[in-house]
Design a protein around this ligand. Structure first.
Ligand SMILES: C[S@@+](CC[C@H](N)C(=O)[O-])C[C@H]1O[C@@H](n2cnc3c(N)ncnc32)[C@H](O)[C@@H]1O
Length: 225
């Protein structure tokens, strides 16, 4: 049987903000891979470990926990080490979850690991499911009851780095019938229509005309090659 990997977003630290889909993945998999910044692979500094153990207590299940040393040095050899630990886990288990804080779409290790897995084990990559989560800034907005954007406003996420960085742009709230030729893009643009609803369509380019209110576009930043 093919191996199954779940990349599970755990949300911003409150176990009640873990999605049902994330919880089900943790309950269904054979073992859970937990990143830790401790070289001795203890979980004393691991925030994800705290969330996972709370979930196991609250929902009455247990799973083997596999520590994955994650030093956050942004080096390929560190990501390769983490991916190798996942491959080792698959020698013993059929399905694994790898957990991450917030949402995996935002500054998460998940996509560094997935790039390596895609190149090295394409069939595992095809069997990997990424599970979305609540971001830290969604939670921050809710805590102070202030919207990130409403009406005609927009919001930006800016990494606090002293250099220019490539940008992902999300376009929302199109008018039905509008031509999309005004939407410029510099990376790879995808169109998402009726996501999770009847008639879901995800197109890896710009659709020429908007036909549904539930349409958004993402111009994903251009990756270094
Ligand atoms: C590596 S990024 C991960 C972001 C995460 N994937 C998300 O969806 O929010 C870590 C940054 O997210 C922000 N962050 C994450 N959790 C936070 C929290 N509980 N409180 C405040 N900021 C947080 C901080 O700016 C931190 O430096």
């Amino acid at each position: 049987m093919d191996k199954q990997l779940y990349m599970v977003s755990l949300g911003p630290g409150d176990s009640e903000l873990v999605t049902l889909k994330a919880l089900k993945a943790l309950q269904q998999c054979d073992a859970i891979c937990i990143p830790t910044k401790s070289p001795d692979k203890s979980f004393t500094k691991s925030l994800t470990h705290t969330i996972v153990t709370r979930l196991m207590e609250e929902h009455g299940f247990t799973k083997p926990l596999l520590p994955i040393y994650t030093p956050m040095h942004f080096k390929v050899e560190d990501w390769q080490y983490q991916v190798d630990r996942l491959y080792q886990g698959f020698e013993q288990y059929e399905s694994l979850s790898f957990v991450t804080l917030g949402d995996s779409a935002v500054y998460s290790t998940v996509y560094y690991l997935l790039d390596l897995i895609q190149a090295q084990r394409p069939s595992l990559y095809a069997n990997t499911e990424v599970i979305a989560g609540v971001t830290s800034f969604s939670q921050a907005s809710a805590k102070v009851k202030k919207p990130l954007c409403v009406g005609d406003s927009r919001f930006e996420i800016i990494p606090l780095l002293d250099k220019a960085v490539p940008t992902t742009t999300i376009y929302m709230r199109p008018k039905i019938g509008m031509d999309t030729d005004k939407i410029t893009h510099s990376g790879s643009l995808y169109s998402f229509e009726n996501m999770n609803y009847q008639g879901e369509q995800i197109t890896p380019h710009k659709i020429p005309k908007v036909t549904k209110y539930m349409t958004l576009f993402i111009d994903f930043f251009q990756k270094d090659t």
